[in-house]
Ligand binder design. Structure first.
Ligand code: AMP
Length: 731
């Protein structure tokens, strides 16, 4: 793992191996499940819960005793004894958690829930994000980002822009969220962007059918009091794996068979019915033009394809990108930022000739070994992702082509850059039935969290579907032309519709039929010719899905040899689609840890590049000369583009660190008397190692800039400057 990380660092031209690896080791890692006595693990889980409750209770006692000590109502000895007891209880808790992990290979639900609750406390207290419209009781699925949340989101999108848009010379666009119906009709969203919903037959409350079924089946599998037969277990597992793909009637049958009831009330449920997830609106004062809030940013790119191709000098391949908000009226928003109704997407459409999906930069990522969870591994016994080089995955045909693999590699590197633990991310290939009929290959970039594996990025080879759909609806040519280096003599298929006959038979549909005939691929046209030559009829389907019977005499098809200068084709598209909020949440979970031996000291171990505030500046004590120097250093940091906080509250240094640790400030500068009277140096402390060095005040902003930009590592900086011993009250 450390080797992989170094490899990522080298490829990115970054220097992050030491600090990230050190921090990630502290992250919680869920390993594969070893089947050991279920009873035993249940018993340990119970003990963990009790130990957790005891720690929480004792933590409260310590806090109130500390407050009483300040008011002179408690003795120091009493507080010390309570702290000592808290430390002992934590040791017991940790031992129980370790015991559980050892026995099962998993992180216990208790510690997952405790971690989630503790993290939620920090995120809300420090206003990373909070429910929107809170004073009016909030609306599910909407969140406001507070100051650190805004800064992190901004940093993350900037890293994304640099990593993808800049690196690949992508063409960035920004399109409106309000979209006229015709666009989303062409893309298929008006007709098919649905989830199945069920309602409580008595109260009318709405639920997502697949979520209810999933929850119910999982509960059946976990019900220790009513164990299932091995056959039933197998049947339920198989059903669970395909819940997301069930058709309406199979969903209805499964809900009925397993007697799924409304949560909370236990009432009967309505049969499942499709619910369109788009927010509908009307455009203009008359209200007669239907519009929707876009459910994805991708369509804005497709509808601009012709102009983008022209902008790019008619050359392919090229990629366009868009960062912006998308809207989905989720039936049951849940899990904080993971499933919301308004979220920021960052999407790429890489347009390429379908005949050649090689990528000129594939070599640069070919030796990366992300965890790949291929179809074969998902169907196999172990059901576990395994590391594999992208080179091997392409050469063995596991990943369909180099371009798709290239983006998988670049996505993996992006995750590393922003602080997602590479040991807890994987790329899961869609099973055949999960993919749309037109898709060639799809992989989800998934990250492991306390909620399970979360899809953060979808990477899909969508063939030429999108451009063909928009071309069909808009009647605008969305093809590209590839000029051959030399003209060639080629056999081409010529399709000549007989307008008179078509008009007589199809009347108002004549135009649509003619266009469909002219749009046939060479293979389809030759199939049609074979049928007509045999005196048979041929069923022609238009882009809008209408079918027409083509009979002999309606069209003439022949093969001719011609001099051709190039080829016209509808480009294929490879689409990586990122959800910024989901990646942020996963990164929050992977960054969170507590200081060794003190459960109450939360640290958000953000990578400096995404950290909301890069440095804090403290005067050691409250003195005008020290405050003045601190202000000057803060100005230097600002001038270097480094967000910083200056703290002259006079709190103990330990207390100040505790506050800044919670918002993940990676570096702290302390100015003391030797900064003004001695050698002029200041103390620079690194958050995760808590190591301190002395740096000349004129160099400190430059050092932090280089650390934030990943041009150097803390280890390199620490080797260059003298170490400073931590003072007793520093931590
Ligand atoms: P999709 O178009 O459904 O493949 O979504 C693309 C990406 O958008 C996903 O990988 C997620 O990261 C993100 N995403 C989709 N739906 C939501 C949602 N309701 N809340 C937050 N992020 C979402």
């Amino acid at each position: 793992f450390a080797k992989l990380l170094r490899q990522a660092g080298t490829l990115l031209g970054l220097r992050f191996a030491a600090p990230v690896a050190g921090r990630l080791r502290r992250g919680l890692v869920c390993g594969g499940v070893q089947r050991t006595g279920a009873k035993m693990s249940e018993q340990i889980e119970k003990e963990i819960q009790e130990a957790q409750e005891a720690v929480t209770k004792q933590g409260d006692t310590v806090r109130s005793l500390k407050a009483s000590l300040k008011d002179g109502k408690a003795e120091k000895a009493e507080v010390d004894a309570a702290i000592q007891k808290l430390a002992e209880l934590k040791i017991t808790l940790e031992a129980k958690q370790k015991e559980f992990e050892k026995a099962t290979g998993k992180v216990s639900t208790q510690s997952k829930e405790a971690l989630r609750a503790a993290l939620a406390g920090v995120l809300e207290r420090r206003m990373f994000y909070i429910p929107s419209f809170k004073i009016y009781g909030s609306v599910a699925g909407f969140y406001d980002y507070g100051p650190p949340g805004c800064a992190i989101k901004q940093n993350m999108t900037q890293v994304w822009r640099n990593h993808f848009v800049l690196e690949e010379n992508m063409l960035e666009v920004e399109c409106p969220a309000v979209t006229p119906e015709v666009v989303l009709k062409a893309s298929g969203h008006v007709d098919r962007f649905t989830d199945f919903m069920v309602t409580d037959a008595v109260t009318g409350e709405c639920f997502r059918a697949d979520h209810l079924l999933e929850g119910h089946l999982e509960a059946l599998l976990e019900d220790k009091k009513n164990p299932l037969s091995p056959e039933k277990t197998k049947e339920i597992r198989e059903l669970l794996a395909g819940v997301g793909e069930l058709k309406q009637d199979s969903m209805a049958a499964a809900l009925k068979e397993y007697n799924v009831r409304a949560p909370g009330t236990g009432n009967e449920l309505s049969p499942p019915f499709p619910f369109n997830l788009m927010f509908k609106t009307s455009i203009g004062p008359k209200g007669d033009m239907v519009g929707y809030l876009r459910p994805e940013t991708a369509q804005g790119i497709f509808v601009n394809f012709r102009d983008l191709l022209y902008y790019n000098g008619g050359k392919l391949p090229f990629a366009a990108a868009q960062i912006g908000n998308s809207y989905r009226n989720e039936i049951s928003p849940r899990a904080g930022l993971l499933r919301v109704r308004e979220f920021t997407q960052a999407e790429i459409e890489h347009f390429v000739n379908g005949d050649d999906k090689s990528h000129p930069k594939f070599e640069s990522v070919a030796d990366l070994q992300p965890l790949l969870y291929s179809r074969a591994l998902q169907m196999g016994e172990e059901k576990k992702a395994a590391p594999m080089s992208l080179r091997e995955a392409v050469s063995r045909g596991i990943i369909a082509n180099e371009t798709l693999a290239y983006f998988i590699g670049r996505t993996w590197l992006f995750f590393c850059k922003v602080g997602v633990n590479p040991a807890r991310m994987r790329f899961r290939q869609h099973l055949q039935h999960e993919m749309a009929h037109y898709a060639t290959d799809c992989w989800d970039g998934e990250v492991e969290t306390t909620y399970g594996w979360v899809e953060c990025v979808g990477l899909a080879d969508r063939s030429a579907y999108d451009l063909k759909a928009h071309s069909g609806m808009s009647k605008i040519d969305l093809t590209a032309f590839e000029k051959f280096p030399e003209p060639r003599m080629e056999e081409v298929v010529r399709v000549a519709p007989n307008n008179k006959q078509l008009g007589a038979v199809f009347k108002k549909d004549q135009k649509a039929v003619k266009e469909a005939l002219e749009g046939l691929s060479d293979t389809a046209a030759m199939e049609l010719k074979a049928k007509l030559d045999a005196g048979e009829a041929y069923t022609l389907t238009t882009c809008e899905g209408q079918s027409f019977e083509i009979k002999p005499g309606m069209v003439e098809i022949k093969k001719v040899t011609e001099k051709v200068t190039g080829k016209t084709y509808t480009p294929s598209v490879i689409e990586p689609s990122f959800g910024i909020g989901r990646i942020m949440y996963c990164m929050f979970e992977h960054s969170y840890y507590t200081r060794e031996g003190d459960e109450t000291r939360a640290v958000m171990g953000f990578r400096p590049v995404v950290a909301p505030t890069k440095a804090t500046v403290f005067p050691l004590v409250q003195k005008p000369a020290l405050n003045e120097l601190a202000t000057r250093i803060s100005r230097d940091l600002t001038a270097a583009g480094l967000s910083n906080l200056i703290d002259t509250t006079g709190n103990t240094i330990g207390k100040r660190y505790a506050r800044t640790d919670e918002i993940g400030v990676p570096f702290a500068i302390t100015v003391d008397f030797s900064s003004i009277e001695g050698d002029g140096s200041v103390t620079l402390r690194e958050r995760d190692s808590m190591a301190q060095i002395r740096v000349p005040q004129s160099e400190v902003a430059g050092v932090i800039r280089a650390l934030v930009d990943d041009r150097t590592t803390w280890a390199e900086v620490a080797a260059k400057y003298p170490a400073q011993k931590a003072q007793a009250d520093d931590e």
